[in-house]
Design a protein around this ligand. Structure first.
Ligand SMILES: NC(=O)c1ccc[n+]([C@@H]2O[C@H](COP(=O)([O-])OP(=O)(O)OC[C@H]3O[C@@H](n4cnc5c(N)ncnc54)[C@H](OP(=O)(O)O)[C@@H]3O)[C@@H](O)[C@H]2O)c1
Length: 245
């Protein structure tokens, strides 16, 4: 059992929630964030007494400042950060608007970037940061151009920060999920039929014979946050059931 303290951005549903749940069950103290009060309250009540929730929009730098202050007041310094908050809206390149471009980049990249930066003063030496990217970074999917760019940008900073932050004992690694069943599909604007087809395709073509679940990602993230992976730097763990082999 661990007694580490971890902050998870976007921990109210899907992968972030499954990771929070797994960490709490393994002795960690966890703080989750989200934009939606109702989702946050439900998640925190399900996680129990070793979790707190902070309403915080990761695309707003003032919100990140407030988040860091709240976490500092609650825990002092923390052992790790799971940069997980993210959105995906499916749209072809030709129809992609500046608004969608900005929304996606502001949450998935800019918010993620400044969250790591603003947490630096309260990350312990040693500590671990895990970035949640996606298989889209290395495998092309139609209608994902901005999302792909946002995740590629996020993944690209891991190696630079591993050099800059090494002296402070801060290391970064990447978890790269394949298509994982979560609320993100419904939020993406895809029709129910398109979602069913997507999940069916990735179930039937996967060597594991089923779709990846958020609970499949959680032990991998815990490993990357824990001392078990202490010597890993800029490692990317692809959690896709083998679909991109
Ligand atoms: N599911 C997949 O197939 C898949 C594959 C590869 C990578 N990923 C990545 O995994 C991460 C989690 O996605 P998921 O599938 O678990 O989807 P999800 O269930 O929709 O979870 C997204 C989480 O991020 C939060 N969030 C979104 N925008 C936010 C913002 N501006 N500020 C703070 N929190 C915000 C959501 O909270 P609210 O609901 O309160 O906004 C929610 O807790 C994302 O970064 C996604 O890109 C997912």
């Amino acid at each position: 059992m661990s007694n580490k303290t971890i902050v998870i951005t976007g921990g109210t549903t899907g992968i972030g929630f499954a990771c929070a749940d797994y960490l709490v069950k393994n002795g960690y103290n966890v703080a989750i964030t989200g934009r939606t009060r109702e989702n946050l309250d439900i998640a925190v009540s399900r996680l129990g007494k070793n979790a707190i929730g902070v309403l915080s929009d990761t695309s707003l730098l003032d919100d990140i400042d407030e988040l860091v202050l709240k976490i500092k007041n609650e825990f002092g310094k923390i052992d790790g950060l799971f940069i997980n908050a993210g959105i995906f809206k499916a749209l072809n390149f030709e129809e992609t608007t500046e608004a969608l471009f900005d929304e996606t980049m502001n949450i998935n990249f800019k918010g993620a970037y400044f969250t790591v930066q603003k947490f630096l003063p309260i990350l312990k030496n040693p500590s671990s940061v895990v970035l949640n990217t996606s298989i889209v970074v290395f495998k092309a999917f139609a209608d994902t151009s901005v999302y792909t760019a946002s995740k590629a940008a996020l993944e690209s900073i891991a190696k630079v920060l591993n050099i800059e932050l090494a002296e402070r004992g801060i290391r970064l690694n990447v978890v790269s999920p394949g298509v994982t069943q979560s609320p993100i599909q419904k939020k993406s604007g895809m029709s129910d039929e398109a979602i069913d087809n997507l999940l069916e395709h990735f179930s039937s073509t996967s060597p594991i014979g089923r779709i990846v679940q958020p609970t499949d990602i959680a032990p991998i993230v815990e490993f990357l946050l824990s001392d078990k992976s202490a010597v890993l730097r800029n490692e990317k763990v692809i959690v896709d059931g083998g679909t991109t082999m």
